[in-house]
Write a new protein. Structure first.
Length: 75
């Protein structure tokens, strides 16, 4: 016996009130999100890289050391 597929009917029932969420929040382009000039945007990105790059490299080194220790332990 084949089961009949029921057609989905949208009755308009909402689980959560979305009235406080602005429309089009995900459709904006990157340039519309900030009021920074090109020079300020580059400076902000450079500062973010300067802050997060050492942390990222430290995490990579820790994973590398862990992989090396596991390799030496298993051989």
């Amino acid at each position: 016996m084949k089961k009949k597929k029921s057609n989905f009917v949208d009755d308009g029932h909402t689980v959560y009130d979305m009235s406080g969420v602005p429309d089009g929040i995900f459709s904006r382009s990157k340039k519309e999100k900030s009021n920074l000039s090109k020079k300020e945007r580059r400076a902000a990105m450079k500062a973010a890289f300067a802050v997060y790059l050492p942390r990222f490299l430290a995490v990579l080194c820790c994973f590398g050391i862990a992989i090396l220790l596991i390799f030496l332990w298993l051989n």
